[in-house]
Design a protein. Structure first.
Length: 596
């Protein structure tokens, strides 16, 4: 089952977050099938390679003793068979090693990605953005390396034991020399592992800070240019870049020393084995073929030594990576999912108690305030995105008492700055994965986003670039609106859904929205008269409390009659119309040229 499971997996699982070792063992169990197959082929390949010196030694002895006879031919055929099996085992084993690396790395990336989507903005309160980015871009790949090399390491351990028995059976003195010498070499190399781990951890810390500076600078580039701060941030980035370089050089020094000793020490050991074996051969204690066999084994056993050293290096990096990943995965969301009360039947009223804002079933309501951010914050709270959701009731019951999944299914929030991801337009729109092409096209029509469809050569199957950079601000906003409409939510909360479009487009979208959302509850945070003129009801908030309600025209008439709250509403709407330009001012005028 593990061998055929597609990548990436639908569910990355729930890892233990106690220690890095527990995390690594959990991932090993998760891909145990592929890992076991890789180890099996790794052991087979290593044993076959270890058998080569023995077969060659026997062939030499038989050839020297009997000449070109049947025993020599038989050993040659055995040698050919061993080479073929080695070739197949190494080929299949390499494919399995790569698959192990991909499974672990992709699963780690998914874990972080899924966790970030669940925790939302809470994660940036505890960790810099660059730290989270580095976890996916660097740590996930490092973590996968330990599983990719596991088969080679375990294969080396098994063959070391097998070869040890063979050597001791042929010559006890030379066998002891070979088997005792390699651990000494490994111990010397192991002295460098701890300082290497410390320097790698320092480099990882500095690299995470550099990524954070880079992401923060890019995110605020427009602001930096406006205040002339580009040079200061460029200098900060350059200084941190040098710290990363110095940390990398420190790692490279230790790493290069370790690499050099990996060549030097086994080489010296091999020379000693050949010298000692030659003396035993001259003394007649071993045959020429056995000398060749011992030389071959001594040469071969340097490979398990290198594999062990590589495993230690990979394990060190994976341990550091797992520790960083646990730090990200331990962050908690601002929204707890502890509700157990079943969600109310369709048609329930959603109410924000402190403000008195009430969304009645089936109504299209606009929320207006002198402070647009305040009204947007209240509506966002009604979607249960922070701890203040307890102030919101649904059918008279606090929103926090319902399971979060049920709330997310039936109450959907579309924010003013849409998050678009790389992929097909159809996939971007159909977030729940069950809609037909006709439904997608209808949502595009309602959002007046036909120009987006026309701009992509492949239409619905055309590619949207990261963050929708290939689209204008208005196009991104309309794609996000179409995506929100396609959720078919019972309660749809829209914050400034038309702020980036022209007046004519806004008027069409407003009319389409009224038609498309008929019979379902919709709240729109907007002070645009073009939107306000089509809604059923307008809730005007002052200082976070509903000051008055009514239709747009009713409120304007009450303002003309001297109603103070309605007059405050008229001033907000008039200011919004002036900000939108002449087209909206013209749209405000009725048949006689007066205000509507």
């Amino acid at each position: 089952m593990h061998l055929v499971r597609p990548l990436p997996e639908a569910d990355p699982g729930t890892p233990p977050l106690t220690t890095p070792m527990a995390f690594l063992l959990w991932q090993a169990r998760r891909q145990s099938g592929v890992l076991a197959a890789a180890v099996a082929f790794g052991i087979l390949g290593a044993v076959c390679q270890a058998a080569l010196p023995f077969v060659i030694g026997r062939a030499i002895d038989d050839g020297l003793e009997h000449g070109l006879t049947e025993p020599l031919l038989r050993w040659c055929l055995v040698l050919l068979g061993v080479l073929v099996v080695t070739l197949v085992a190494n080929s299949v084993g390499h494919r399995l090693d790569v698959q192990n690396w991909l499974r672990a790395s992709l699963n780690a990336s998914q874990l972080v990605g899924h966790h970030v989507t669940r925790t939302g903005s809470a994660i940036t309160k505890e960790l810099p953005t660059g730290e989270v980015v580095a976890t996916v871009a660097s740590d996930a790949l490092r973590l996968g390396e330990i599983y990719a090399h596991a088969a080679r390491f375990l294969g080396g351990v098994v063959t070391y034991i097998v070869v040890g028995f063979v050597l001791m059976g042929s010559s006890v003195p030379l066998g002891v020399a070979v088997l005792a010498g390699l651990p000494v070499v490994a111990a010397v190399l192991g002295l460098l592992v701890k300082p290497l781990q410390a320097k790698q951890a320092k480099q990882r810390e500095e690299s995470g800070r550099l990524t954070t500076i880079g992401s923060d600078t890019v995110a605020g580039l427009r602001i930096l240019r406006g205040i002339g701060g580009e040079e200061a941030f460029a200098r900060r980035y350059a200084e941190q870049s040098q710290r990363v370089r110095h940390a990398g050089v420190a790692v490279a020094r230790t790493q290069s020393t370790l690499d050099a000793l990996q060549v030097l020490l086994p080489g010296l050991f091999l020379a000693g084995v050949v010298w000692f074996g030659a003396h035993l051969a001259l003394a007649g204690e071993i045959t020429t073929g056995q000398l060749v066999t011992f030389y071959g084994y001594a040469t071969f056993l340097t490979q398990p030594l290198r594999a062990a050293t590589q495993a230690v290096q990979n394990g060190t990096r994976a341990y550091v990576a797992a520790r960083k990943m646990i730090g990200v995965l331990r962050t908690t969301s601002d929204v707890t999912d502890s509700g157990t009360t079943p969600a109310p039947a369709a048609g329930a009223t959603l109410r924000h108690e402190p403000s008195g804002l009430e969304l009645r079933p089936g109504q299209l309501v606009a929320v207006v305030s002198p402070d647009p951010d305040a009204s947007a914050e209240i509506v966002t709270t009604m979607a249960r995105f922070d701890t203040t959701a307890a102030e919101v009731t649904w059918d008279g019951v606090p929103l926090t008492e319902f399971p979060l999944a049920q709330v997310r299914e039936r109450i959907v929030l579309s924010e003013p700055t849409p998050a678009l991801f790389t992929g097909e337009l159809a996939t971007e729109l159909d977030v729940r994965g069950h809609l037909s092409e006709e439904q997608l096209l209808e949502a595009i029509r309602v959002a007046d986003a036909r120009d987006v469809l026309d701009s992509l050569p492949a239409g619905l199957h055309g590619e949207i670039t990261e963050k929708g950079r290939s689209l204008s601000g208005g196009q991104r906003q309309r794609v996000a609106l179409a995506r929100a409409l396609l959720t078919d939510a019972e309660v749809l909360l829209l914050i400034e859904p038309t702020s980036a479009v022209d007046a004519h487009t806004e008027a069409r979208i407003a009319a389409n929205l009224r038609e498309a959302r008929a019979g379902r509850t919709t709240a729109i945070v907007s002070a645009s008269p073009l939107v306000l003129d089509v809604v059923d009801d307008v809730a005007f908030l002052v200082d976070g409390v509903v000051a008055t309600r009514g239709s747009h025209r009713d409120l304007l008439e009450r303002a003309a009659a001297g109603d103070a709250a309605a007059e405050a509403y008229r001033r907000v709407v008039s200011r919004a119309a002036a900000d939108d330009g002449d087209e909206t001012q013209h749209a405000l005028a009725g048949p006689e040229g007066g205000a509507r």
